[in-house]
Design a protein around this ligand. Sequence first.
Ligand code: ZN
Length: 67
Amino acid sequence: MDFSQLNKKSAKSFNDQKALIKKLSQGRVVNCPSCQQPIVLSLSQSTSNRAVAQCQQGCTFIELDLA
Ligand SMILES: [Zn+2]
């Protein structure tokens, strides 16, 4: 297995997730690629600077630490 490729891929998907969260936080509408429902962003700043982006069906679920 080529670990350098694997790391690149996960880094890219992490950046994709950050870009998605950024779009949502700017009030832009992003649809889930699977169910085509809008992805909703929720922020929980009480526990930590954590952002959760998920669609209604739950096929997209992204949890990111913003700190
Ligand atoms: Zn979905």
